[in-house]
Design a protein around this ligand. Sequence first.
Ligand code: NAD
Length: 279
Amino acid sequence: MFSEAPVRDEVIEELAGLLQNSENIVVLTGAGMSTESGIPDFRSDSGLWQDDELMQAMSLNYLRYFPERFWPKFKHVFLRPEYLQAQPNSGHLALAKLEGMGKRIQVFTQNVDGLHGVAGNTQVFELHGNLGKAKCPVCHTPYVLDHILATDVPRCTWENQKGALCGHVLDPDTVLFGQDVRHYGRAQLAIAKADLMLVLGTSLTVDPVAELPHFAIEQTRVQLVIVNLEPTYCDKWARLVIRGKVAEVVSQAVTHIVRVRKGVWSDPSSARRPAQNAQ
Ligand code: NAD
């Protein structure tokens, strides 16, 4: 179990200072970004990923050989009510607010839930795709969630001019085992040019995304901040490590920036609240 004690005000203020002083911010997010939206991460006890057979079925090979068996399994893993009903949490919204303040925010996410885009960030790069989209592997017609949900095994409904139905089983947009992650080169470049890299809610155990913080570590100019409930292998290189809940931490830091900008803390009588815990 990990401590879920509130993060000390000084730590939030340090993060707020780093955000305030950075113009070009790269954010890398993982499943921990969305647990406060009700979507469990893969380390939860839902048991889905302890099921080896299910895990193996989430592969390109399985989709190609057994398309009709693939889709019900895929839906069992990803098109669950927790995903379909989830809304952006205060952390997603705070990242969108930072962009609204004029900062350049590029979000590279391992999540497939689409919540960064719903929150309002405009530069979101979904490294593992999006569960709400699919495409015909033959004629490349794209489809959206309603079509995917309408049948157990979604198929292409495109017809050619002679009325012949394509009818092929669709490919999910979500990156399967055996497929390359997307936007990796863009992420490397973005990190190399950034002032600040935020790594939020990821165990940094899934390659090659787990390697991305190294592009910040190698550039002494790029400050690295990690917010996660448990340690990651990159903690020792980070400028700031915060052991706390992402949504709480990021939203509090952005709220602090807003208050400072409005001058709330400039009045000594309303200044700093007492620290609540030792970090
Ligand atoms: P992960 O499950 O390996 O790690 C999540 C990390 O977040 C853990 O270290 C956990 O301690 C931490 N965490 C959980 N809740 C947190 C919170 N509120 N605040 C701070 N930290 C928190 O997930 P990963 O690193 O993203 O990699 C695994 C794969 O999981 C990815 O490929 C991703 O596509 C997939 N996934 C996505 C979703 C989603 O789209 N929301 C959900 C589950 C898994």
